[in-house]
Design a protein around this ligand. Structure first.
Ligand code: PLP
Length: 372
């Protein structure tokens, strides 16, 4: 059976540039920390990847801390900066790896489209003049909602707070320059950009010094101990560079057109379906769709059986479909349990969009018949 993969926000297909870099790095024998020739070759590969990533983002190579994933990059920023007694404020729709990075974080509410309340953020910052860290993602993984990171940075600077931006869902979809300019720290993940799983990066700018969470061999200037996952890191740097070139070349617009094709098709075929976060700016590849009366898990399973891979909320480690804290924070009530996420990969085609439409319409008709 033909499979249609529409779960890019969980993991993007590997880009050819990333595969080439990954494969070349797999052939390197040495440890980047060893002083002999083999070690120096591995070190060169690591530093090339750092420079490539820094070049794509427009930051200094020394600002890039390489990690083993987006979760680790977020944890280093949030727990690493909170360690000095800094208060942490998180938007209500942050990924769990940010929300749960430290205990006792203050939650800043979002509106019905998932956009953070800048007024509430300002009040929370004004409430306590002590050092603070604000965490605001560039774009949400479940709804695609793009957050006002530049405006949040203005508020943070007014109150002397730091801003951490989880930009994991950004590469290949949104320009990153404003987020890079706004953020004191910014997290990326390789496999969300078309790289391999198991590499990430934290950009640390200015006079900002997170405490290392993993201590040992002193790698990454003492910020992240452990032998670097070199092949994954080489793949990450190549993927982010390729994703950004692809976006500038019209890739994101093409995804936006496919998303519009799905929305238009649904309007005609399944008028009961509701697009969530419809009034907000959203990622061009992400569509969060609720079908009243149909449990999200049922929809995901029915679509999977019909050959279409989508998800309900974030992919959590247990593989279970839990209730989405993102949709609950948006005040959606029961709808929070009836929504699926369609996230188009960079490889998506019109045939994929049409396969989804056909499977979704058939599923909705079947569920409506059963309910009657
Ligand atoms: N941040 C966001 C917004 C994500 O969507 C994810 C993954 O779902 C992560 C962080 C975690 O990244 P990783 O899978 O590389 O640990």
């Amino acid at each position: 059976m033909r499979r249609t993969y529409l779960d890019a926000n969980a993991s993007e297909p590997l880009r050819p540039e990333a595969r080439a870099a990954l494969t070349a790095a797999l052939g390197l024998l040495g440890n980047p920390s060893s002083v002999h020739r083999e070690g120096r070759a591995a070190r060169r590969c690591l530093e090339d990847a750092r420079e490539r990533l820094a070049g794509t983002l427009g930051v200094r190579p020394e600002a890039v801390v390489l990690t083993a994933g987006g979760t680790e990059a977020n944890a280093l920023a949030v727990a690493g900066l909170a360690a000095g007694g800094r208060r942490v404020l998180v938007s209500a729709t942050e990924h769990d790896c940010v929300r749960r990075a430290v205990a006792g974080a203050v939650t800043v509410p979002v509106d019905g489209n998932g956009v953070v309340s800048l007024a509430a953020l300002g009040e929370a910052l004004a409430d306590d003049p002590g050092p603070a860290l604000v965490c605001l993602m560039l774009a949400n993984n479940e709804t695609g909602t793009v957050q006002p990171v530049t405006e949040a940075a203005v508020l943070c600077r007014r109150f002397g707070a730091l801003l951490h931006v989880d930009a994991v869902q950004g590469p290949g979809r949104l320009p990153l320059d404003e987020a890079v300019a706004a953020a004191d720290t910014l997290a990326l993940s390789g496999h969300k950009a078309g790289g391999p799983k198991g590499a990430g990066a934290l950009v640390v700018q200015g006079d900002v010094h997170p405490l290392a969470l993993i201590r040992g061999g002193g790698q990454e200037r003492g910020l992240r101990a452990g032998t670097e996952p070199l092949p994954a890191i080489a793949g990450l740097a190549a993927a982010v560079e390729a994703a950004e070139a692809w976006r500038r070349d019209g890739g994101a617009e093409r995804l936006g057109a496919l998303k519009a094709r799905i929305v238009a098709g649904l309007g005609a075929a399944v008028p009961a379906a509701r697009v969530l976060s419809a009034a907000a700016e959203t990622l061009p590849n992400t569509l969060c769709l609720a079908l009243p009366g149909a449990a999200a898990a049922t929809q995901v399973m029915a679509l999977d059986l019909a050959g279409v891979a989508v998800s309900a909320g974030a992919a959590c480690s247990s593989g279970k479909v839990g209730r989405s804290h993102v949709l609950e924070a948006m005040g959606l009530g029961a709808v929070a349990g009836e929504a699926i996420r369609v996230s188009l990969p960079w490889t998506a085609t019109e045939a994929d969009a049409d396969a989804f439409l056909a499977a979704y319409a058939a599923m909705a008709a079947r569920l409506a018949r059963h309910a009657a």
